[in-house]
Design a binder for this molecule. Structure first.
Ligand code: CO8
Length: 374
């Protein structure tokens, strides 16, 4: 058995930023247009008037101040309300592959290895821009990596489930060096016309190099253990899919073809699931709260993270013990905890322990216990 370690991380951050103020201005213009165009139906009671969004609500409910997106012009145009992305030819890199490639190259540079040494690429994300060929195989080809590649989707938990898959293959010896890549174009499957969720998501890509600990060239994090769990729930759902065309109203602009959630229920049901999951993982790994120097949690909601941090540590965490990035990036699905890990891990000392935990649709929860080697 070989010991796996995360030896490099990379983050691709799209340059376009949408502040809460810009988002709410665009949304409220859309509401004015919608209510004016449907004035008769609203007066007759057959259509509900839409209500304004609010900056205060967004920040207080979620902790989000802004989000990065691949296109902001379409999202902020009240007559469009979705990103405008050009159609790419089949001989051009796909957008997910392009974003993933940028993050992967940064991770490889940090690990100090060449792409040709990689023998597994996993593209782990909450949505794939096409069914096949796998985005991971395209990234493998663009990088010049060897071995094999595949896509996997466990929504917000994709990255931690990807770490477990790669770490287990590395332990058994079936692979030697892996890249887990998480390109998340959340803006393209978010319903920007729904005030309950229009503020939640942003776009980003993250990547991690996972190698044998004894082959690490510099400081790294040994993967001590991983733990994944799923419980079926309809409270976070997207019904888009390849059967759409075959249904009577197949191509209609249906709300359920974008991200839908019952946020309150998710909040109430996922919190105990995550807290219990982490406690069981720590107990199995003989890790006490006092052993943990850092928590890199899924970045969906600040109040949720504050609660989980208190539960895990048994006290209110200091800000640097449980760093949040969601104020700058919003929820970036599987990439969120990895952005936090990438940006807030280099200061840890040899022997320090930490835990990555992601959670979301499925429901799904994945945790990774790490030890720093400096
Ligand atoms: N402005 C003003 N008022 C608003 C707004 C708004 N923008 N939105 C809602 N309100 C109103 C509501 O209508 C409601 O009014 P009323 O009380 O009159 O009915 C009131 O404010 C309170 O609304 P909520 O109960 O919805 O507010 P919450 O306090 O619950 O906050 C949150 C909403 C922030 C969504 C919160 O519930 C939350 O964060 N829940 C957890 C969600 C979560 O973690 N989900 C994980 C999803 S991510 C995932 O799994 C990946 C999926 C795949 C990626 C998809 C990419 C697109």
């Amino acid at each position: 058995m070989f010991k796996p370690a995360i030896t490099g991380t990379g983050v691709f951050t799209p340059p376009n930023v949408i502040s809460n103020a810009e988002l709410v201005t665009a949304f409220n213009s859309y509401v004015d247009i919608f209510n004016a165009e449907n004035a008769d139906a609203i007066a007759a009671g057959s259509v509900d008037a839409k209500a304004y969004s609010s900056e205060d609500f967004i920040y207080n409910a979620s902790g989000i101040r802004q989000r990065h997106v691949v296109d902001k012009t379409g999202i902020l145009d009240p007559r469009v309300m979705h990103p405008l992305l050009r159609q790419r030819g089949d001989d051009e890199p796909s957008l997910m592959a392009e974003m993933g490639l940028d993050a992967a190259q940064k991770a490889l540079a940090q690990a100090g290895i060449d792409a040709a040494q990689i023998d597994l690429v996993i593209c782990a994300a909450s949505n794939m821009e096409r069914a096949y060929p796998a985005i991971a195989v395209e990234i493998q080809s663009l990088l010049g990596a060897g071995g094999f590649a595949f896509d996997m989707n466990v929504a917000c938990s994709s990255a931690t489930f990807g770490i477990q898959a790669a770490a287990d293959m590395l332990r058994s010896g079936s692979i030697r060096k892996a890249l887990v890549v998480n390109p998340e174009i959340c803006s393209a499957h978010l319903e920007w016309r729904d005030r309950d969720c229009h503020f939640i998501f942003g776009d980003v890509a993250t990547a991690m190099v996972i190698e044998r600990l004894d082959e690490a060239k510099g400081p790294c994090f040994e993967i001590d253990s991983t733990r994944c769990a799923t419980v079926f729930s309809n409270n976070i759902r997207n019904n888009n899919g390849y059967l759409r065309r075959s249904r009577p109203d197949g191509m209609a602009d249906r709300r359920d073809m974008q991200f839908m959630q019952n946020g309150r229920k998710v909040f109430k049901e996922v919190l105990p699931m995550v807290s219990d999951h982490i406690a069981a993982h720590m107990e199995a790994g003989n890790v006490s709260a006092g052993d943990l120097k850092r928590l890199w949690l899924h970045q969906a909601n600040k109040t949720m993270n504050d609660f989980i941090g208190r539960k895990v540590l048994g006290r209110t965490p200091e800000p640097d013990e449980q760093p949040n990035i969601l104020q700058d990036y919003a929820n970036t699905s599987s990439a969120g905890s990895i952005i936090a890990f990438s940006k807030y891990s280099n200061d840890l000392k040899s022997g320090d322990r930490g835990l990555i935990c992601s959670f979301g649709a499925g429901y799904s929860v994945g945790s990774v216990l790490l030890t720093r080697h400096a």
